[in-house]
Design a protein around this ligand. Structure first.
Ligand SMILES: [Zn+2]
Length: 73
């Protein structure tokens, strides 16, 4: 039982550290439907690979069709 307790504590520390590093380099962005302006999706952006505004063709449940989703300003 002593071994198991130590493992839980180690995992907790490791998880917290990796989350912080992830937020610095890969911020979460919101994708907005260009037709109805609903915020339908979120994704993680890599600033080094995608310095410009990103666009995705995704299904919008409000428009009931696939539309262009743009990064929220
Ligand atoms: Zn829409």
């Amino acid at each position: 039982m002593k071994y198991k307790k130590n493992m839980v504590q180690y995992c907790g520390i490791k998880k917290e550290g990796s989350t912080m590093a992830k937020n610095e380099n890969r911020p979460t962005i919101t994708l907005v439907c260009s037709e109805c302006k609903h915020e339908n999706y979120t994704t993680v952006k890599n600033k080094k690979n995608n310095p410009d505004k990103m666009e995705f063709n995704k299904f919008c449940k409000w428009c009931n069709k696939t539309t262009v989703h743009k990064e929220k300003k």
